[in-house]
Design a protein around this ligand. Structure first.
Ligand code: UD1
Length: 423
């Protein structure tokens, strides 16, 4: 039963100060299953303490992995794997559970992983993952809602993805590293989380060329060894704090961040009138006197990430003028729109584009959302709305933001978590 905590936000405070950015959730969710590819102890530093990470830990524990997570150092002991299954209850909670498929088939020649259903913003297919595994020689059957995959040993193949997919690239890489022969992955995802995964696989002994490009070549090896790694910073958490500050007004410095991962996003903040300075691992943003409306179109990396689209819309809701946010990655990811409208935003959605007419002020109300980034956009809206905003279903936020209310409070926001017993 997920927690029924809610946030109560009193809007109007400026945000000033410094925030330390946590490790990237989506990179951790790929690195953790990669540990299954070898027997032994893996240590992953800068692993955020999030609900999605606990879900992945619980899934790995069911397979026999011994997990310890003191602070932000995650230790996985994969010496005694006893099960090759990802059950429905877990995959339905978190689609990234599907990442165990590639490493299980690659190393153990078998896997039984629940077929993911739809998600909060529509169908999210896994056809590319399955086609790639079949190309690598796996036999794939769908039985009682499960993907049942088996192979004696996978063999290298030449794979071209029709669509650039983070998950399918990750799964295919993890399967191919132990395959017999050469695998070529064309139109591979180049998101930093995939680059991090590939680099980690190389630390484990994998042979991968083209890391960071959309053409990956993998020479399969017979065995991998456990390795340690340090996770990259979370570029979406970083972008969310920047959007909150640009909207609420103020000056913020992010520490432990990788500015290069945010090039497209920082460009948009500059266009909106913000002053943005970058250091080696820091970003400082100062809000403008008056925001300018700026269109964004989401795209694969290095484009503007779909995971920042909802937060950008909250910002544009109070930028004088008209802007358009178009999502080309997920065509119907607009859950947050009706809730932002409840706070007074003027937004109209036509197919995969939202037209936002900036208003002078938003007004507090009770809102909720069924997904992580949509919930983040509601928090931003709450920070700028007059009066009090209650954001329900905080458990979505806890999936992907580490102690967001504490970090925001340190910047001067008035935000409280109220636990379920209090109402
Ligand atoms: C990952 C991220 C998610 C982010 C998304 C896009 C994780 C855990 N999640 O999700 O936060 O929003 O990348 O940056 O890293 N597609 C297919 N067939 C497939 C797989 C994908 O058609 O088999 C399509 C999807 O519907 C979508 C596009 O490919 O339109 C990109 O999705 P993908 O990159 O696979 O997203 P995820 O890996 O699920």
């Amino acid at each position: 039963m997920p927690s029924l905590d809610k946030f109560i936000i009193r809007g109007g405070n400026r945000l000033d100060g410094t925030v330390t950015i946590s490790g990237a959730k989506n990179a951790s969710l790929a690195l953790m299953p990669a540990a299954l590819l070898a027997s032994g102890v893996t240590r992953l530093e800068n692993t955020p303490r999030l609900r999605d990470i606990s879900t992945m830990s619980a899934l790995l524990e069911r397979m026999g992995v011994v997990v310890r997570h003191p602070g932000t150092s995650l230790e996985l002991d994969t010496s005694n794997i006893t099960s090759y299954e990802a059950p429905y209850e877990m995959v339905k909670k978190m689609r990234a559970s599907f990442y165990v498929l590639g490493p299980l088939v690659g190393r153990f020649g078998q896997a039984r992983v629940s077929y993911p259903g739809g998600c909060a913003w529509g169908p999210r297919p896994v056809d590319l993952h399955l086609k790639a595994l079949e190309a690598l020689g796996a036999d794939i059957q769908i039985e009682a809602g499960y993907v049942v995959a088996s192979a004696k040993r996978l063999r290298g193949a030449d794979i071209t993805f029709d669509v650039s997919s983070v998950g399918a690239t990750g799964n295919t890489l993890m399967a191919a590293v132990l395959a017999d022969g050469t695998t070529v992955i064309r139109n591979a995802a180049t998101e930093p989380e995939i680059t991090q995964l590939a680099a980690f696989l190389v630390r484990m002994g994998a042979r991968i060329d083209g890391i960071g490009t959309n053409l990956l070549t993998v020479e399969g090896v017979d065995e991998l060894q456990s390795a340690n790694d340090t996770n990259i910073p979370d570029r979406i958490e970083a972008g969310t704090f920047l959007a909150a500050t640009a909207a609420a007004g103020g000056r913020i410095t992010l520490e432990h961040v990788e500015p290069q991962h945010l090039t497209a996003v920082l460009g948009k903040f500059r266009e909106a009138g913000c002053t943005v300075l970058t250091g080696e691992d820091s970003i400082t943003l100062e809000s403008p006197e008056r925001l300018s409306p700026v269109d964004v179109t989401t795209a694969i990396y290095p484009g503007f990430p779909t995971d920042m689209q909802a937060q950008w819309m909250a910002l544009m809701a109070v930028a004088p003028g008209t802007s358009v946010v178009t999502d080309t990655v997920y065509l119907d990811r607009f859950n947050h729109v009706p809730e932002l409208q409840r706070l007074g935003a003027r937004i109209e959605v036509n197919r995969n584009a939202a037209v936002i007419r900036g208003v002078e002020r938003l007004t507090g109300a009770t809102v909720m959302s069924t997904d992580l980034r949509a919930s983040a956009s509601l928090i931003i809206a709450g920070l700028i709305a007059d009066g009090s905003t209650e954001v329900l279903r905080v458990y979505h936020i806890d999936r992907g933001y580490e102690a967001i209310e504490l970090k925001l409070r340190n910047l001067g926001a008035d935000i409280q978590r109220v636990d379920s017993e209090d109402y």
